[in-house]
Design a protein around this ligand. Sequence first.
Ligand code: THU
Length: 131
Amino acid sequence: MDPKKLVKIALEVREKAYARYSGFRVGAALLTKSGRVFTGVNVENASYGLTVCAERVAVFKAISEGEREFVAIAIASDSSEKTVPCGACRQVLYEFCEDLDVIMADREGNYEIVKLRDLFPRGFKLGGEEH
Ligand code: THU
């Protein structure tokens, strides 16, 4: 899929963000190997630490629908700067796909693509025979 199309989906879904406390709305669109797109938005909470980022919502939706192989994720917000995934989301994405294309967009739809392994080198993985 054209990265521009995935960015457009992320920008559109951003409208559904529940960003009552920060006012910072984020949208994510995760493309699977099978061609499906799972969207996510940030969901904030009065107990601030319970907030979940848009990227993780998209990943958890995909996993819970039986999809585990990912090609790309587009991330967008209301910012004039390109939105980069936070460290926690990088680790969650890394669990499933080091080769992921991370498409970071600004509110106008301009974007930059970086491989997850370059954004997040040496992420944590359980090693050893038992895992
Ligand atoms: N946020 C995301 O949704 N994704 C990120 O990668 C960074 C931060 C959200 C969390 C919170 O609702 C708001 O942006 C401000 O931190």
